[in-house]
Design a protein around this ligand. Structure first.
Ligand SMILES: Cc1ncc(COP(=O)(O)O)c(C=O)c1O
Length: 370
């Protein structure tokens, strides 16, 4: 019995590794930033993964971690709490291994994401309250005798932060022939916090001077948690009310994969500004991007402003997390903004001022961090 389980695991690891071997790396795309001469911006286009987001990397790592730990076996139901992107990628890997998959998601998750999970053979279990995702996943795992992947706990440790073509190593390799090969800043936004942890650990391990800026959306506990941590206080019990409107990032509690000491600066970005930036980036690229890419872009403007104040020239890299085609019913539907009272015209004007190199409002001035 035991040996056939080991045989299944051996085969499953080979299947995941072979899938990786067939896959290409994602592109690094330059994006003009005319308001900031001397600052070169690049987008790491994670939407070009087979499952359309940066979560493809995480899902692969979580499956390999669970397999290496002996947590998965033939027929085992895999369960995940997700705002959708991770679940789409995990549904892909679960199907690759022939395992049933259930995604536990907030009821407001976009219909496009639900359809993508179902397309990959997964089932969706929707909950009203974002803060119930974890408890519901634990319960479902118990009821099905399955395994709860728990990205919010394991994201930071499942990824090999030293190398193994993680997102950080890939960025630094693709920057090698650029005028400023070592980025002054890399900007990301926290969902689990795993990407920030991988980037922060990698630059320290490699001895790079690159700083990591994390941009938190409006409804989220991470920013306040970060400030509490920097002030030397306890931060794990910091909470926020409600679910984030920027899908994929922002959480009602400070998740354990969020490691404040890996981050050099953090800002809080109003959602209206994130969506204005999302529209801007999509307009420049000629294709739609998701909301978290907009949040990242505001982080880029904050970092670029800081470079100018410090008299620095150099490069900034940020992440194009997913495609906007997943948000046709929300961010690309004017009615969605009206229903929520999220201003668009004013936000576009505020963004235009920032793009022209204008002084950022106080909330976008980076928290100096450690
Ligand atoms: C679209 C999108 N952007 C950004 C993130 C944040 O990445 P991380 O979980 O590594 O903090 C997520 C996470 O779910 C996401 O789905």
């Amino acid at each position: 019995m035991k040996s056939s389980r080991r045989e299944w695991t051996k085969h499953a690891v080979m299947v995941v590794e072979a899938d990786f071997n067939r896959s290409a790396d994602t592109h690094l795309i330059p994006l003009p930033l005319p308001g900031f001469p001397g600052v070169d911006l690049y987008l790491k286009d994670e939407s070009s993964h087979p499952t359309g987001s940066l979560k493809h990397r995480l899902a692969r790592s979580l499956f390999l971690y669970a397999l290496a730990n002996g947590w998965l076996h033939e027929g085992c139901t895999v369960i995940e709490a997700s705002s959708g992107s991770t679940a789409i990628s995990e549904a892909y890997f679960a199907r690759l291994l022939g395992l049933p998959f259930i995604a536990v998601m907030p009821s407001g998750t976009s219909p496009e994401k639900i359809a993508a999970i179902q397309f990959h053979g997964g089932r969706c279990h929707l909950v009203e309250n974002a803060s119930d995702l974890h408890a519901t996943s634990v319960l479902l795992a118990r009821q099905t005798g399955g395994h709860f992947m728990d990205q919010f706990t394991y994201a930071e440790r499942a990824t090999d932060w030293r190398a193994n073509n993680n997102i950080a190593e890939s960025i630094f390799r693709q920057m090698e022939a650029e005028p400023y090969p070592i980025p002054a800043w890399i900007v990301c936004s926290p969902g689990t916090g795993g990407t920030a942890a991988t980037l922060g650990r990698y630059v320290r391990y490699r001895g790079h001077d690159t700083r990591i800026l994390c941009a938190d959306p409006e409804i989220s506990a991470f920013f306040d948690g970060y400030r509490a941590a920097m002030a030397g206080g306890s931060y794990r019990d910091v909470t926020a009310c409600g679910g984030s409107r920027v899908e994929g990032i922002g959480r009602p509690r400070v998740e354990s994969s969020f490691l404040p000491d890996c981050i050099d600066a953090m800002i809080k970005v109003p959602d209206a500004l994130s969506f204005a930036a999302m529209r801007h980036v999509g307009g420049v690229l000629g294709r739609r991007v998701g909301g978290s890419t907009g949040t990242n872009f505001i982080g880029v403007l904050a970092a670029a402003h800081r470079m100018r104040v410090e008299g620095l020239r150099g490069s900034i890299v940020t992440i194009l997390c997913d495609t906007g085609d997943r948000y046709t019913h929300s961010y690309y539907n004017p009615g969605w903004y009206q229903e929520r009272g999220i201003p668009r015209v004013e936000a576009d004007q505020a963004l235009a001022a920032l793009l022209a190199g204008g002084e950022p409002p106080p909330f976008l001035k980076n928290d100096p961090g450690p």
